[in-house]
Design a binder for this molecule. Structure first.
Ligand SMILES: Cc1cc2nc3c(=O)[nH]c(=O)nc-3n(C[C@H](O)[C@H](O)[C@H](O)COP(=O)(O)OP(=O)(O)OC[C@H]3O[C@@H](n4cnc5c(N)ncnc54)[C@H](O)[C@@H]3O)c2cc1C
Length: 407
């Protein structure tokens, strides 16, 4: 018997790759394989995120983020109910603490309404404590659609559906080479190859590299931004009922340090957004010459640095100084103290940067012959995964001329 040839190989066993493979399998594509470099699924962004089911509040109406977040959020709630995954639509509070933030809060409210949020309530200062008794602010927004979940558990269910539908998942398969062989693609990992007719690149922090490896110019560079967390010590969990966020600085794609109750218990504070010198740079000391040199040689990096140096230095300061981190949190909950926080984990975000220094905000997908490359899938891609997975699968089926119907 000859070597098995897969119809589609999906590179990356994070939530986007798994959701895409699940949609392909549900669309009756027969031979689907997910190739994951690590020895487990959801090892990077997906397994180290905040566990928030985003509402769709922040995104430009009509953008891929807005459309997929809103559709994906509802699909995810449904999926969790059907599959018995622990989750809660607990809602969140966005708190304005300065006059200067009120215009941005108005803007958020408008975007939220344009994105169809029904459980949105503008709050005056005196109403904030009804939702979060320890918060101090001058105004707020209550967003009832927001929720919490463990995305690792969601991924396990996606993987179960892929396997039950005849798809395969191969762990410890880091794709290090890709070559065309007639109508097939040969993907290699040290000592082993996989043949497929088509591929979908969902490699997250490595999506630009995987695209280049496949002979496709990504037209952007992935810059890793580490997000560090603290945990509230158990005796202080009571400071946070659910989720408490600041009004974000709209010049920057991150949401600002916030408090998050976790579905498995406990509450976290963070994440900040510190430039990481390694794509898997989970520690402050992590450094990779290859990774750092790659972005240092990219013109867009220096344009971005000139624009955001002040903000970037502030993030570094907060990373090394717990006092500064606590000060940022005290804007939301004045009574929180350094002793209430113990170190938590960290995640690294893959942020796509364009050559002109523009931080790509929306999801970015690039097609090539027999290939689809997902080059930017930042937050809320976990929330949006079912919807974005179906969209990617639909693009793939069209590109690959596999005539199936994606639900
Ligand atoms: C700190 C943080 C907090 C966040 N909070 C939220 C939140 O609360 N809600 C939300 O909706 N979103 C959140 N996000 C965003 C969300 O987690 C990501 O958008 C999403 O997980 C991206 O999924 P992915 O599958 O694209 O990437 P990943 O989860 O990073 O998966 C990519 C996979 O590809 C694999 N891979 C890479 N290269 C190769 C290769 N050559 N061969 C084989 N495999 C390879 C990697 O090992 C990895 O497993 C957060 C992200 C971070 C980092």
């Amino acid at each position: 018997m000859g070597e098995r040839v897969y119809d589609v190989a999906v590179i990356g066993g994070g939530i986007v790759g798994l959701a895409t493979a699940m949609a392909l399998v549900k669309g009756k594509v027969k031979r689907v394989v997910v190739l994951e470099a690590e020895d487990r699924l959801a090892a990077h962004q997906t397994g180290n995120n905040s566990g928030v089911i985003h509402s769709g509040l922040y995104y430009k109406p009509g953008s891929l983020k807005a459309l997929n977040c809103v559709a994906g959020r509802e699909a995810l709630y449904r999926f969790c109910r059907e599959q018995g995954i622990a989750h809660e639509a607990c809602g969140k509070l966005v708190v304005a603490t300065r006059q200067a933030e009120l215009a941005a809060l108005d803007e958020l409210e408008k975007k939220g309404r344009a994105n169809g949020l029904k459980k949105l309530r503008r709050l005056a200062a005196g109403e904030l404590k009804e939702y979060e008794p320890h918060v101090a602010g001058i105004a707020g927004l209550w967003v009832g659609e927001t929720g919490i979940v463990d995305y690792g558990q969601v991924c396990e269910k996606y993987a179960g559906i892929i396997r039950a539908g005849g798809g395969e998942i191969r762990l410890n398969f880091k794709v290090t080479g890709c070559r065309r062989d007639g109508g097939e693609l040969v993907l290699s990992s040290p000592g082993v190859t996989v043949r497929c007719r088509n591929l979908v690149n969902c490699a997250g922090l490595h999506s630009d590299r995987v695209a280049r490896m496949c002979g496709v110019r990504p037209g952007l560079q992935i810059i890793p931004f580490r997000g560090e967390y603290y945990k509230l010590v158990p005796s202080r969990h009571g400071l946070v009922r659910n989720l408490i966020y600041p009004v974000p600085d709209t010049r920057f794609p991150f949401l600002g340090v916030h408090f998050t109750r976790m579905i498995g218990g406990g509450a976290e504070a963070g994440p900040n957004a510190v430039l990481a010198f390694k794509r898997h740079g989970y520690k402050k000391t992590s450094f990779s010459l290859r990774d750092a040199a790659q972005f240092a040689l990219y013109p867009g990096f220096w344009i971005m640095s000139l624009k955001f140096w002040k903000m970037g230095l502030g993030e570094f300061h907060r990373s090394f100084s717990k006092k500064a981190f606590v000060k940022a949190l005290q804007r939301l909950i004045p009574e929180v103290q350094a002793a209430d926080l113990e170190p938590g984990g960290a995640g690294v975000r893959a942020q796509a940067l364009e050559i002109n220094g523009f931080l790509a905000d929306d999801f970015r997908i690039k097609e090539a012959e027999r290939m689809v490359h997902v080059l930017n899938a930042p937050s809320p891609a976990a929330t949006a995964s079912i919807s974005i997975g179906e969209s990617i699968a639909a693009i793939a089926l069209k590109n690959f001329a596999l005539k199936r119907k994606i639900m």
